[in-house]
Design a protein around this ligand. Structure first.
Ligand SMILES: Cc1cc2nc3c(=O)[nH]c(=O)nc-3n(C[C@H](O)[C@H](O)[C@H](O)COP(=O)(O)OP(=O)(O)OC[C@H]3O[C@@H](n4cnc5c(N)ncnc54)[C@H](O)[C@@H]3O)c2cc1C
Length: 490
């Protein structure tokens, strides 16, 4: 009796293992290209749905434009650092809450400075004089008024135009809104921050689309301990191949073949392309057969801008205890913006953040020259500033793994380009911030596109296998109870 029970148990176990092995051998396979937030989210979802997933990544690290550097001895984000929309509707909220990652709120909803408000700041002119707070607030109101007036220009013109041209029209019509002297310089600083948000200069920002993006409620929260723990958690247990730069993707009716730089190939039932839009634009990945014209057009027409970070680490804090420092100038190109990490993290670091043409120009400098340039901007306002002891410089525009920081709506181009970039072609699926219709240019947008592409891919592949009922999605991250996000402001 005992021995027959044991042999039954052994038989059941053997059958069970045989089933698992058979399932592993026959379960559908997917290659995900790019281990940024979108690619990792897609791979995670498919892996959890029992697909065989291989993730190919060109860099020697995961995370893509989420890049937390630890060389100062503590986390500093050189890519994304804010959770835009601190609310439970944010698709990253459950994971961030579960990990207990603290956030530092830098602004509430609908701020004219996007991820900042004027609660804690100090602006200076080039002679190191602090701009009176009252004037900064007044110009903030004037800036909003000018933007409101540009809406009238938008309604009158069927053709799109750069926001800068709309400003010129407003100033011609409403000379009372024109500003001179210090007030003009502060206005340029507001424009500089707008350019930072879009990673593009005002002569490239679309009048039609600049305010059409959807922002989740709850304001903007800085990830105090860096963004990378979110990526690392999602990536646990995935089959990731670093230093695998994809150069060619061949699609046939029965599968895909993906070739990497050293000539090796990987085959699977389908592939999810989650590389940055800048990389797609550069045509460094050859598609065979070519992608359809509408897809190539979307790739060409989506705007991609540059924003960089130059983190300066000092041995002590010598600057005011505010969230950000600004330098006003005659043009937005000449203005500067420094994020004070000390306020949120207690580390004596200022992060200089240039965008648009200025960011492009700085990328032509060596790291040392770029750090020096940032420090010189600081010296203008704080002449007693001590030299930084360490620095970090990002180069998102020229880095061949990104070729740009994030997307923006280019002048005269329709907003549906993001959707066109997302739509699958045969057994190729597309993910990444530039495929996000609602939240392009963000980490949570990239995450959502990854899970969406995974779901579409799962459905498509299983339809072909006729096994829709076998593989259930296991997007098991969500818990039935919700843990609140830890947000504070000091
Ligand atoms: C300076 C900066 C600040 C930002 N700030 C914020 C912020 O505060 N909040 C926010 O929400 N968003 C922010 N963003 C935007 C956010 O970082 C991105 O939208 C998001 O991380 C993009 O994720 P992704 O997966 O689409 O692309 P990526 O993260 O770029 O991932 C794509 C991956 O593909 C890899 N790859 C490239 N070419 C190949 C190839 N040929 N073969 C294989 N792999 C390849 C890349 O190495 C990369 O790992 C910021 C971005 C930058 C640059």
């Amino acid at each position: 009796m005992e021995s027959s029970e044991r042999s039954n148990r052994q038989l059941r176990r053997a059958l069970c293992y045989a089933n698992i092995e058979r399932q592993q051998a026959t379960s559908p396979s997917v290659i995900v290209i790019g281990a940024g937030m979108a690619g990792i989210a897609a791979a995670r979802a498919l892996h959890d749905a029992s697909f065989r997933v291989v993730l190919l990544e060109s860099r020697d690290r995961i995370g893509g434009r989420v890049h937390t550097d630890y060389s100062f001895g503590f986390p500093v984000d050189l890519g994304a650092s804010w959770l835009h929309g601190v609310c439970k509707e944010n698709p990253l909220a459950p994971l961030i809450s579960r990990l207990g990652l603290p956030l530092y709120r830098t602004s509430g909803d609908n701020s004219v400075l996007y991820d900042h408000d004027l609660e804690s700041y100090a602006l200076f002119d080039m002679d190191g004089n602090q701009v009176p707070q009252e004037l900064v607030r007044e110009i903030g109101v004037a800036f909003e008024k000018i933007l409101e007036e540009t809406d009238k220009v938008r309604q009158e013109h069927s053709e799109d135009m750069p926001i800068l041209d709309a400003f010129k029209i407003v100033f011609e019509r409403r000379p009372d809104l024109r500003l001179e002297g210090l007030a003009h310089k502060v206005l340029q600083w507001y424009l500089c921050r707008m350019e930072g948000w879009f990673a593009a200069d005002a002569d490239n920002i679309s009048l039609k689309s600049w305010d059409q993006e959807e922002l989740l409620p709850g304001g903007h929260g800085l990830m105090v301990r860096g963004y990378i723990p979110v990526i690392n958690t999602l990536a646990k247990g995935l089959d990731i191949h670093l230093n695998h730069r994809v150069t060619k993707i061949v699609r046939r009716y029965n599968g895909v073949k993906v070739t990497v730089e050293d000539g090796r190939s990987f085959v699977a039932d389908a592939a999810i392309v989650a590389v940055p839009i800048g990389v797609l634009k550069s045509s460094r990945i050859k598609f065979e057969p070519r992608l359809p014209e509408w897809k190539e057009e979307a790739i060409a027409d989506i705007g991609v801008g540059i924003e960089n970070k130059i983190a300066l680490h000092f041995d002590k804090v010598f600057w005011p205890n505010v969230e950000f420092l600004g330098v006003v100038a005659d043009t937005s190109y000449g203005c500067s913006y420094f994020l004070n990490l000390h306020k949120a993290t207690s580390h004596s670091v200022l992060v200089y953040m240039p965008a648009g043409q200025l960011a492009k120009d700085i990328e032509k400098m060596s790291d040392e020259a770029a750090a020096n340039f940032a420090f010189m901007q600081l010296k203008k306002i704080l002449p007693e500033a001590s030299d930084p002891i360490q620095y970090l410089v990002s180069r998102w525009g020229t880095d061949e793994n990104s070729l740009g920081s994030y997307t923006y709506d280019a002048v005269g181009k329709p907003h549906d380009l993001y959707e066109r970039l997302r739509v699958p072609v045969d057994n190729l699926f597309f993910a990444g911030e530039a495929t996000s219709v609602n939240y392009p240019g963000s980490v949570h947008g990239a995450f959502s596109t990854g899970t969406l592409a995974a779901e579409e891919c799962r459905m498509r592949v299983l339809e072909r296998y006729g096994e829709l009922d076998l593989f259930q999605p296991a997007m098991g991250e969500e818990t039935s109870f919700s843990i609140p996000l830890q947000i504070s402001r000091m």
